[in-house]
Design a protein around this ligand. Structure first.
Ligand SMILES: Cc1ncc(COP(=O)(O)O)c(C=O)c1O
Length: 404
């Protein structure tokens, strides 16, 4: 993406968000999100579909054969081109992509996989569903992502893989994590569910990955009604993922059913549906607008709220920037902040509930996660979705300026 699109300039003169936005974007995209609903209360997460998704869907509904694979293939081609990845394999959701990826990378029953406790529960759940045990390492203060130094401390003889999560779209320190993994022959499966479009060291997250998995859940940057994709640099992994997302059946045999059903490998029904493919393909056509909007919203928060008492996490740079799924902020008391915003018609949210508290994953606050222990009740997040529009963005900023 060009620098101008990624880094909208603002002059800091106190102009409204609207003026800044118009100056920077209107000639690039015109009316960005036509027909977006304007609810009284700004939701924390919301979806927006462009006309192309609706047209694709309509075409499918009217066609005699719904299951041609046309749109799922189109999604894979578009993902490869946007991300710069060698291979892309779609799945019914990102959770499936994560689980199949772990197994593809050789993770087996009883292995340990190091990840963060501060993520959506789908992350440890995918590890568990692959037969392995999630082991939680601490987070970094300035990114809320896995701390490479603590990963090293959590490695045991049973560790088989690391699952970094690009939390809220913020890229993890992948150079350090990959170096730790390489030296110990560990697999790295990136949970990039929230990070489609994020960039690290000038490349898209996923461009060079062993495996990275993105989500097309309806609230993510590129919405479907669910859906996921695994990208990988490895041909053997891509081939295994293609087989295992559909019972191990090799679809390249087409109508040759005897060969097709002579299944040799493990698998399940984790195929992306065409209906979902149709929605996602429409959204991917507008990937730029969807991402630039979120980058812009995050920038506006940082600029207009720098004296508000909110602390922001690591800012974007020319090398590395977040997909801004939401804007995480550190406050003195997250609950109080969220309640104050709700009273002004703005839904801020908790970006995650730590997973070590879930009985399934230990059921108690682990002492060996000191940064998470310290920040746990201080992390809230602000909405960045296109549905909020300029009026919504201004409303959020004004609500925060009133204090909490
Ligand atoms: C960090 C993270 N990992 C995994 C997932 C699972 O994605 P999906 O809903 O597509 O299965 C999500 C979904 O919100 C997520 O936020």
């Amino acid at each position: 993406m060009q620098e101008k699109e990624r880094s909208p300039q603002t002059d800091g003169s106190g102009e409204s968000c609207r003026k800044n936005f118009e100056r920077n974007f209107s000639n690039l995209f015109g009316e960005m999100f036509p027909g977006a609903p304007k609810p009284e209360t700004i939701p924390f997460l919301a979806r927006y579909f462009f006309e192309e998704s609706k047209v694709n869907l309509q075409e499918l509904l009217e066609s005699p054969n719904i299951d041609t694979g046309k749109y799922t293939k189109e999604v894979e081609e578009m993902v490869k081109s946007i991300v710069g990845a060698k291979h892309a394999v779609t799945t019914d959701d990102c959770s499936t992509a994560l689980k199949l990826s772990l197994r593809t990378a050789g993770v087996m029953q009883g292995d340990e996989v190091i990840t963060t406790a501060y993520t959506y529960i789908a992350t440890p759940n995918s590890i568990e569903n692959a037969g392995a045990v999630p082991v939680f390492a601490d987070i970094q203060r300035d990114t809320l992502n896995l701390d490479p130094q603590d990963i090293v401390k959590k490695i045991t003889s049973k560790t088989k893989a690391i699952m970094p999560v690009h939390f809220a779209g913020m890229p993890c320190d992948m150079d350090e994590i990959n170096a730790i993994a390489k030296g110990r022959n560990l697999a790295v499966i990136e949970d990039a569910a929230q990070a489609f479009g994020a960039r690290y060291q000038r490349k898209s997250i996923g461009a060079d990955s062993e495996i990275a998995c993105f989500s097309f859940d309806s609230h993510k940057t590129v919405p479907g009604e669910g859906g996921g994709v695994a990208v990988t640099r490895r041909e053997d992994y891509a081939q295994q993922l293609r087989l295992s997302r559909y019972y191990g059946i090799d679809e390249s045999y087409g109508q040759d059913y005897y060969k097709k059903f002579a299944v040799e490998t493990w698998g399940e029904n984790g195929y992306l549906s065409e209906l979902n493919g149709a929605l996602i393909a429409g959204s991917l056509k507008h990937f730029k607008e969807l991402l630039v909007w979120r980058v812009f919203v995050d920038q506006q928060y940082r600029e207009h709220l720098k004296d508000s008492g909110l602390q922001f996490i690591r800012p974007d740079s020319s090398q590395t920037y977040s997909a801004h799924y939401v804007t995480p902020v550190v406050v003195d008391n997250a609950d109080k902040f969220i309640q104050a915003m709700a009273s002004r018609g703005v839904r801020a949210g908790l970006p995650a509930i730590r997973n070590d508290l879930a009985p399934r994953y230990g059921g108690e606050r682990r002492r060996d996660l000191p940064v998470l222990n310290e920040l746990e009740f201080q992390i809230a997040a602000l909405p960045t979705h296109p549905g909020m529009g300029m009026e919504g963005l201004e409303k959020v900023i004004e609500a925060i300026k009133k204090g909490w």
